[in-house]
Design a protein around this ligand. Structure first.
Ligand SMILES: [Zn+2]
Length: 148
């Protein structure tokens, strides 16, 4: 009975013993107890292993930083994507609206309308294709940076 009580007391002290936070008297008591109690020795070893494991995983802070960078990059990429989406959506609406008003409101001959439409369509098509190429280049560039 006394031994069990002692073990409970020692178990509480073991983590402090490992951290060197005990008084000399207390740590001597723990050390003495550990020499003759296998159960507390096992607890002690388990805690020690755990501390070492934590010490080891605390090392790769660099990995954390890398991860943060990747996450931040993802977020900024998403915001950038949203920005592009808004711009493109706005442009498309504007073009659609001006096309609509151009075709239905202006008093132009249908062949003039057709010619102007082709001109505009060609211009917009070129603009979009250039934009798309830029977008793809930018995307692959970012992927390369993340891989490095
Ligand atoms: Zn014990």
């Amino acid at each position: 009975m006394n031994n069990i009580n002692d073990c409970q007391h020692i178990e509480i002290l073991i983590s402090g013993y490992l951290d060197g936070e005990l008084t000399q008297q207390e740590s001597q008591r723990v050390a003495l107890h550990l020499t003759h109690c296998e159960e507390c020795q096992a607890t002690y070893r388990g805690l020690k292993d755990l501390q070492q494991a934590i010490g080891k995983t605390a090392c790769p802070d660099m990995e954390h930083e890398k991860l943060d960078n990747i996450v931040n990059d993802l977020t900024s990429r998403r915001i950038e994507g949203l920005g592009w989406f808004s711009i493109i959506a706005g442009l498309v609406m504007l073009i659609a609206f001006s096309l609509y008003s151009f075709w239905f409101d202006t008093e132009m001959a249908w062949y003039s309308k057709l010619a102007v439409s082709f001109l505009w369509g060609g211009g917009v098509g070129l603009f979009v294709s250039v934009l798309r190429q830029r977008w793809i280049i930018k995307k692959t560039d970012k992927y390369r940076k993340v891989k490095l």
